[in-house]
Design a protein around this ligand. Structure first.
Ligand code: AMP
Length: 576
């Protein structure tokens, strides 16, 4: 098939803003390929249409920046100054080269028109060139294409090279076109796509009428798009809908998909990037597992082993992005992965099985079980351990109170909230589903000042264990908005008690009034209207997330902020 024929259809697709028209042009393109005598070109065209040469799960890129591209174009005899001017004028290298080529009479040694095959294979070769003089070699290949390309062919060539086609075609539209042309339900194709992440392969198998191909099944070392969760307004809503769901701690980290076969392990990020080399301790821990030939999923958390709490999300990113000095980084930031799902094990796909069965298999693979109701103390003991892999903490319940306790506990150990999962539900890759909910305090944290402190009881009798927290109005008057006693380690309590002792204004026995000097940042589940506090609002389940030594009472949030958040929150709940 000729590159020119494809470009002409790209041009039509580009010139309409209507999605359905784009889809219909693509259907015409499929038909043209089918009757071109080279039906295999469809695979390549699919990749080129989305500005790629490799499948979407494949991290390899062409790696050609605009500078090298400009160099390649200039080496075909186009003046750099003119090219740069045209780029400035059009804002697009593709259009710039097309315009210049139209105005220049082309001197070409070649008369043979470009084939799709040649364009694709040349670009693939370019992507694979490495080592010495690679830039030069890449440049030579690219200019050989431009030398032969007509103006319109050059436009799309330049854009493919920059991996930005600007024709408004996306995967869902291509899938729809494939579905209509080959008369296969869209849902079936979406499902295969979610498992393969390879639009070219899907198109190829449709053309070959081989949708049952083994290649379209889940495969170790080909990462798949994860299933995503929806927000739910309350725990009660989730229980009403799911009856007896599985609650899990929602860890504050980064999702990982772990593949293992014949002892070899690869770990992919949520965006399907291979992060194996950056996190060798996780790789080793998985290698050590006896089980083999699986795909499992979990959340990777940076753990502060002195407190057992997660470290800021930023620390995970620092680990994931690290390319050198990994050992040093490993000593600085401890990681732990909490596994929560299995998609494939020993040659068998698990995504169509209910969560209850997947969880059982996951426990078998890891050799770990967990039930928050009976294992809570053990879990708490292990928080500060050096444990590298664990299974997610779970609680199966239809009791709202018990679930809320688990939620608060999850926040208390420093995580984000809870996931609420339907035990009968299958795993649907790449979609946001109503069978898995997330529930977390999504609202912005508040900076508040401590105005009173209450002496603790039992284990906390030597400390102040609970604190009245307040916001201010425009004039600086303080209004209490809640009491907070969670989110603090023993060290924190010790430190706070010392600070409080120095600023007591009045001792009321059980309680002391203090100068408003200690500013803390609190997270909470929601802001409620309340008669209990004179300001009319109260924070539900507040917890201290950090001391704000950098702030004074003048910097804390105001009553107006509280009102604003209350309103946003109510709007948000209505629209969920
Ligand atoms: P969000 O990123 O807010 O859409 O929430 C969904 C994400 O929570 C998932 O993609 C996971 O990375 C993460 N997560 C943390 N803990 C769990 C868990 N126990 N089960 C499933 N996902 C979890």
């Amino acid at each position: 098939m000729l590159w020119k024929d494809v470009c002409e259809i790209y041009n039509k697709i580009e010139n309409t803003t209507k999605r359905l028209e784009k889809r219909d042009y693509f259907i015409k393109l499929i038909d043209k390929v089918k009757h071109s005598g080279k039906p295999k070109d469809l695979k390549k065209i699919c990749y080129l249409t989305i500005g790629r040469v490799f499948p979407e799960y494949d991290e390899r890129e062409l790696g050609i920046g605009s500078k090298l591209l400009i160099g390649a174009i200039v080496s075909t005899g186009i003046k750099e100054k003119e090219l740069l001017e045209k780029i400035k004028e059009t804002g697009d290298i593709g259009l710039a080269i097309e315009k210049l080529k139209s105005s220049i009479k082309q001197v070409s040694l070649f008369t043979k028109p470009l084939e799709v095959d040649e364009v694709y294979e040349t670009l693939r070769k370019v992507a694979e060139i490495e080592g010495e003089q690679s830039q030069k070699k890449k440049l030579r290949h690219i200019s050989s294409l431009f030398l032969r390309a007509s103006p319109i062919e050059s436009r799309y060539l330049a854009r493919v090279i920059l991996e930005d086609m600007r024709i408004g075609m996306n995967i869902p539209t291509i899938i729809e076109a494939l579905s209509l042309y080959f008369n296969v339900p869209k849902e079936k194709l979406e499902r295969i796509y979610a498992v393969t992440n390879d639009i070219g392969l899907l198109a190829e198998k449709l053309m070959e009428e081989d949708l049952d191909s083994e290649e379209l099944k889940l495969r170790v070392f080909r990462p798949i798009k994860p299933m995503l969760a929806q927000l739910v307004p309350s725990i009660k809503d989730a229980i009403n809908e799911m009856k007896m769901p599985q609650f899990e701690t929602k860890y504050d980290g980064a999702r990982v998909q772990i593949h293992k076969k014949d002892g070899k392990v690869k770990i992919y990020s949520r965006r399907l990037e291979d992060v194996t080399n950056a996190i060798p301790e996780i790789r080793e821990a998985i290698e050590k597992l006896e089980a083999d030939n699986f795909i499992i999923e979990g959340e990777c958390v940076a753990i502060d082993t002195s407190t057992g709490k997660p470290r800021p999300f930023q620390d995970i990113l620092r680990r994931f992005r690290r390319k050198y000095d990994i050992d040093k980084m490993m000593k600085e930031i401890n990681l732990r992965v909490y596994l929560f799902d299995v998609l494939y094990y020993k040659g068998r796909e698990f995504i169509d099985l209910p969560l209850s069965e997947r969880r059982k298999t996951l426990e078998e693979i890891l050799g770990i079980e967990n039930d928050w109701r009976k294992d809570r103390e053990k879990i708490e003991r292990e928080l500060k351990s050096k444990k590298i892999i664990d299974i997610s903490y779970k609680l199966i319940t239809d009791d709202v109170e018990e679930a809320e306790e688990f939620y608060k506990w999850s926040l208390g150990i420093g995580h984000e909230g809870v996931m609420i999962k339907n035990l009968d539900a299958i795993y649907t890759p790449g979609s946001r589903v109503r069978t898995m909910y997330k529930f977390k305090p999504t609202l912005e944290n508040l900076d508040v000042v401590i105005t009173k402190a209450k002496r603790g009881m039992g284990k906390r009798k030597d400390w102040f264990g609970s604190y009245e927290i307040s916001v201010r109005d425009e004039e600086g008057n303080l209004y209490s908005i809640g009491h907070v006693g969670t989110g603090l380690t023993e060290d924190d309590l010790e430190r706070l008690t010392k600070m409080i002792n120095e600023i007591i204004i009045e001792d009321l026995g059980e309680e002391v009034v203090v100068e408003p000097k200690i500013v803390v940042e609190v997270a909470y589940e929601e802001i409620q209207k309340s008669d209990k506090y004179p300001c009319g609002y109260a924070l539900r389940f507040p917890r201290i997330v950090r001391f704000r030594e950098d702030k004074s009472v003048n910097d804390i949030n105001t009553l107006d902020d509280v009102k604003r958040i209350y309103e946003i929150q109510h709007k948000a709940v209505e629209t969920v």
